[in-house]
Design a protein around this ligand. Structure first.
Ligand code: PMP
Length: 385
């Protein structure tokens, strides 16, 4: 009999939806959107139609949507692009962010420090939420930063940052704001015009779209140096022939997520609550993150006294895919910086597993997973006796 496979790692990536794949097939042989002839004009039409769809959903201007290869590129572009902008003007780049960002923000920030820039990271509380007043205190102490960069929904815990309050403070001091919306777009309604941020970044493959395509929102008039130099594509902000099929794919994927958003939130809330209720019955667990300000897609659970790595391997052997925090940090073996920032001990951080739910997760899969977890934990417990 074939082993049953359960995928509970949607924050790491999502399966591409059939409609998206079908849409992309239509554009795989599109021409070069920069060519002035019929083939190029046609490709540009496809590209701009995708751009228009995304701009409409996120309440942005057509010229503010820049296609790139994904959120890692977008985050690098915003952080380094602001730093280069400042360095070009003989100013020291100074960026304020938080301790719970994705590595594609934290590592570019380290690089900014290597370039001679300054970085301050705001702490979070035990629920993983940064205190907006901390941003104010830092600005008052050190002066106006070149940028504030904040994750919208945390990839490890699903915790939602208090963006409105942070943006309000940033605007008081006229500081540009970047938000990493990789884990929130398509799951929470986002209105970039209302939010008044300057930059936003996300990837196609977290919303049932293709890998290798992303969007960087750059508000008209916001300062930024490009990372890529070459052709004048994407209003000069991202050189290189565009991925037309990828753009059509990410636009379609976002449209589909928007269409079913409310219904999906309700469905996933039920799934998350069944999972968390059941898991508390079988082990001494701690559910990490804010009880209210958290998306229904993520349950980050500390299984006290259990070695997380071994637990994950056992889950995998049972056909259940989950993870310890970010897939991008999976090889580092160090405890999650997000959970440590929330005050968890190293041991508890190493005993924590992220289960993330999505479009194809069913309640039946959740009950099956709970049964398997019960079996694994009793095996692991008897081995440690
Ligand atoms: N930011 C966040 C919050 C993420 O979850 C991820 C993906 N784990 C990224 C950025 C990077 O996305 P990608 O790997 O698609 O470039």
């Amino acid at each position: 009999m074939q082993k049953r496979l359960v995928y509970l790692d949607y924050n790491s990536t999502t399966p591409i939806s059939d409609e998206v794949a079908e849409e992309m097939l239509k554009y795989l042989s599109a021409g070069n959107p920069s060519s002035p002839h019929w083939s190029g004009r046609e490709a540009r039409e496809y590209l701009d139609s995708a751009r228009e769809k995304i701009a409409k959903i996120l309440q942005a201007n057509l010229h503010e949507i820049v296609f790139n290869s994904g959120a890692t590129e977008g985050n690098n572009n915003v952080i380094k692009g602001i730093a280069f902008y400042e360095i070009k003007r003989n100013r020291t780049p100074y960026i304020v962010s938080t301790k719970v960002e994705h590595s594609s923000v934290l590592r570019p920030l380290n690089f900014v420090v290597e370039l001679g820039g300054k970085v301050e990271l705001v702490n979070v509380d035990k629920y993983g939420i940064p205190d907006p007043d901390e941003f104010k205190k830092i600005i008052r102490k050190n002066g106006k930063p070149s940028l504030i960069s904040v994750i919208h929904v945390n990839n490890e815990t699903g915790v939602i940052s208090p963006l409105e309050e942070i943006v309000k403070i940033a605007k008081e001091y006229d500081v540009p704001v970047h938000i990493d919306i990789t884990q929130s777009v398509g799951k929470i309604r986002i209105n970039l015009k209302e939010l008044k941020v300057d930059f936003a970044t996300f990837s196609g493959h977290k919303i049932y779209g293709p890998k290798g395509i992303g969007v960087m929102y750059v508000r008209i008039g916001s300062p930024l140096e490009p990372l890529m130099h070459g052709g004048r594509q994407e209003d000069g902000l991202r050189a290189g022939t565009q991925n037309v099929a990828g753009a059509a794919g990410i636009a379609k994927a976002l449209e589909l997520c928007e269409k079913e958003m409310e219904q999906e939130i309700r469905r996933l809330r039920k799934i998350q609550s069944v999972f968390e209720n059941e898991i508390q019955k079988i082990w001494d667990v701690k559910i990490n993150g804010h009880p209210e300000f958290r998306t229904p897609t993520t349950s980050n659970i500390t299984f006290r006294g259990i070695e997380g790595e071994t637990f994950l391997i056992n889950l995998d052997l049972e056909g259940i895919a989950a993870s310890m925090g970010s897939a991008c940090s999976a090889e580092s073996k160090t405890p999650s910086h997000v959970l440590l920032a929330m005050g968890l001990s190293e041991d508890d951080a190493k005993s924590s597993i992220r289960f993330s739910f999505g479009r194809f997760t069913t309640e039946d899969e959740i009950y099956y997973t709970i049964e398997k977890i019960k079996e694994i934990l009793s095996r692991m417990k008897s081995r440690t006796k």
